[in-house]
Write a protein that binds this ligand. Structure first.
Ligand code: KIV
Ligand code: NA
Length: 265
């Protein structure tokens, strides 16, 4: 079973088959998601929050994200691995975007990169695809621009829908192989999905995109507390792990662990 290719995702759209993408930042989650048949893994700059404990995605650097990309690629056989370009590593223009992306492809072993922005990134997307690097675009609410967008808010409501649509056409025209639509009204995502020849990947964008993506710790309930409305928790990993840690500590205190079977005679 070979690696998933961008053309497989295009073929899935043509057949009307939906697929799921998850983030991954380490070998265990990556190999479990590979075994589970997840076709695309995103080493998101959301590692800033979910691995490094930063308040936003802005601080994470290429040097911090690269080893995580390498780990996910090394741990998997089948998924297409997409590396997110961190804030500040591609905005200067095509030359900077190319320099950063080559590092993710060459040192990280990524199969594609992702960047945030529509028309403003068209030149970068064209340069990268021209250099043989598949690009996933990201529109709607783009976390790296939270200070311009005024916080975590739905984008593309009312008249602003035309802006998101124009950005979607621009990234497809520039050569992107797919586009993430984050926090846009379901009807807008549906229209973009219908209009574009490339797959749309929704997060908080309703049921009518070609694919969906979630941060894995949100999907699996490792992160607790109030999450965004678009998250569905499919497990309670935080509860499972907390219970395991408590039982382990209890057994150590009681002298029940280690037992004879854990001890070398
Ligand atoms: O970094 C990330 O996790 C993302 C996805 C939520 C699309 O960009
Ligand atoms: Na991201």
């Amino acid at each position: 079973s070979r690696r998933v290719r961008t053309r497989d995702l295009l073929a899935a759209k043509e057949r009307g088959e939906r697929w799921a993408m998850l983030t991954s930042y380490d070998q265990y989650s990556a190999s479990i998601f590979d075994e589970a048949g997840i076709p695309v893994l995103l080493v998101g700059d959301s590692a800033a929050n979910n691995v490094f404990g930063y308040e936003s995605t802005l601080p994470i650097t290429v040097d911090e994200l690269l080893p995580l990309v390498r780990a996910v690629v090394r741990a998997t056989k089948r998924p297409l691995v997409v590396a997110d370009l961190p804030f500040g590593s591609y905005e200067e223009g095509p030359a900077q975007a190319l320099r950063t992306s080559v590092r993710f492809m060459k040192e990280g072993g990524a199969h594609a990169v992702k960047l945030e922005g529509g028309r403003r990134c068209a030149d970068q997307i064209a340069a990268l695809t021209g250099a043989g690097i598949p690009v996933m675009a990201h529109l709607g609410f783009t976390p790296q621009s939270e200070h311009t967008l005024g916080g975590y808010r739905v984008q593309g409501r009312g008249d602003a829908a035309a802006e998101v649509l124009a950005d979607a056409y621009a990234v497809a025209e520039a050569g992107a192989f797919a586009v993430v639509l984050e926090m846009v009204p379901g009807e807008v995502a549906k229209e973009i999905t219908h209009e574009l020849p490339i797959p749309t990947v929704g997060i908080g964008a309703g049921p009518d995109t070609d694919a969906q993506v979630l941060v894995w710790q949100d999907m699996a309930g490792l992160r607790t507390g109030k999450g965004p409305r678009f998250v569905k928790r499919y497990a309670d990993l935080a509860g499972v792990l907390s219970e395991a840690a408590r039982r382990y500590a209890d057994e150590v205190r009681e002298g029940a662990f280690p037992a004879a079977e854990h001890t070398f005679q």
